[in-house]
Design a protein around this ligand. Structure first.
Ligand SMILES: Cc1ncc(COP(=O)(O)O)c(C=O)c1O
Length: 440
């Protein structure tokens, strides 16, 4: 049998369909970092790379009770297709969850999705045409950018500091994008316990950012998976609590319950909500009835707020362990001090490259995510994201000690072989201690 003509014409040795993929798949190539993570998942490696919630802190019987009750009382409904908008009762319950962050809304404006990741996909499908610009913090959530790029958007990064997105920088970026004739579609923001930067947008800046968006007719996509996971003090209220017409809000049960259910939601102005439902139906017909009913049952029966408190305590202890280990083993460097969520953003001395250093780190049995993963334009070489959510406090200390061995080894090598002009460790101390790192 002869080969189809197009395979011969456009394939390559590895993939006979190489030339057949849609242009939008260009950003879907697996990175070398991803390949390394396969190695990093070996048990002897301390992984500070992933963002997996510590689901073992969730008592198993809380989940099995909810599951068996659903099967006993609503089995045929749980096993059936359901509404494309999601189970009405669960939509009402999401209002209770959002009320904890100051948000008021109507259950009819909630659309249940397969995790907030799927809401990001649906929203992007609705709004992005090739060449449109999505404004995002720099750095930003890697898998949101994969989606934006798969719809052929350009991602424009606006810098942050310790108080989150910088309003003046946002104004400047909007002005120069407009001057260049670009079409800005929306602002994608993670204002609270940012992934990966670990910072939180200050209260004063929240209204300012919304004001800028309003003045420029820019829709805001607020992604808030971590807002309820604060350590001591509640963060400022969600952007959606200050503005309803210009904000689409994304929530999820992945971090406050468990990601295995794959249940999240969008709260959107009426017209957008309508389109989101149609897009949801077109993509998946309906979100999982079973998962939705189990979560609804759990919210009804279990002490879910108490469980969130348990998660907070777990993550707070891990964050404190990570920061104290950083202070002990890498006192010359700077890092963010998150007041909630899962992540610390570390800044390296100028001479180091977190991506180039990763293979050596994995060899030393510690893994992190290089900062370059969180920028669409290859920036972030001097940064890395350290996740404290999953490893135990003991492993975190071991991981940071190993990381210090790698970083100090790199600095010593550079100082030995690179001749003059390189930083010594004591010079780097002077440069990086003190003021908060610029995250641009
Ligand atoms: C900022 C951000 N958005 C969205 C998601 C996706 O979460 P979900 O499990 O709800 O799809 C994550 C997961 O880590 C995240 O960090």
């Amino acid at each position: 049998m002869s080969e189809p003509v197009h395979r011969q014409a456009s394939g390559n040795n590895l993939d006979p369909w190489y030339g057949a993929y849609a242009a939008r798949t260009a950003g879907l190539a697996a990175s070398e970092v991803r390949a390394l993570f396969a190695v990093a998942s070996r048990p002897e490696v301390v992984s500070l790379a992933g963002g997996m919630p510590f689901v073992s802190a969730l008592p198993e019987d809380l989940v099995t009770d909810a599951m068996s009750r659903v099967m006993r009382e609503q089995g045929p409904v749980a096993l059936q297709y359901g509404s494309g908008q999601g189970v009405e009762k669960l939509r009402e319950q999401t209002l209770e969850v959002m009320a904890l962050e100051g948000i008021q809304g109507s259950a009819s404006d909630v659309v249940i999705t397969t995790g907030s990741q799927h809401a990001l996909e649906l929203f992007s499908k609705l709004f992005i045409d090739p060449g449109d610009v999505v404004i995002a913090e720099g750095p930003s959530y890697v898998t949101a950018m994969v989606i934006f790029k798969s719809y052929q958007a350009e991602v424009d990064h606006v810098p942050m500091d310790q108080d989150g997105l910088i309003p003046e920088a946002l104004r400047e970026h909007i002005a120069s994008l407009k001057a260049a004739g670009k079409r800005i579609k929306f602002l994608y923001t993670i204002p609270t316990f940012h992934n990966p930067a670990g910072v939180t947008l200050s209260e004063a800046r929240r209204s300012e950012i919304l004001e800028i968006a309003r003045e420029n007719d820019i829709l805001v996509l607020e992604d808030n998976p971590y807002g309820l996971l604060y350590f001591d003090q509640k963060p400022p209220a969600a952007l959606r609590s200050l503005e309803s017409d210009g904000v689409v809000y994304l929530g999820t049960f992945s971090k406050t319950l468990a990601p295995g259910f794959r249940v999240g939601w969008a709260l959107a102005p009426h017209a957008i909500r309508e389109k989101l439902i149609l897009a949801n139906e077109a993509a998946i017909l309906c979100p999982s009835s079973f998962s939705q009913l189990v979560i609804s049952q759990y919210l009804d029966q279990a002490d879910w707020k108490g469980q969130i408190n348990t998660f907070r305590d777990v993550y707070k202890e891990r964050k404190e362990t990570m920061l104290s280990a950083l202070g002990e083993y890498l006192p010359d460097l700077t890092w963010t001090n998150p007041t909630g969520g899962f992540y610390v953003w570390l800044t390296l001395p100028e001479s180091l490259d977190s991506k180039a250093m990763l293979p050596r780190a994995v060899k030393e049995l510690v893994a992190y995510t290089p900062g370059t993963a969180f920028f669409a334009d290859g920036d972030g070489r001097r940064n890395m994201r350290l996740s404290f959510c999953y490893p135990t406090p003991e492993s975190i200390r071991v991981g940071i000690r190993r990381l210090a061995t790698v970083i100090n080894g790199e600095l010593d090598l550079l100082n030995t072989f690179a001749g003059t002009g390189r930083l010594t460790r004591s010079q780097s101390r002077g440069q990086f201690a003190g003021p908060p790192p610029n995250m641009s």
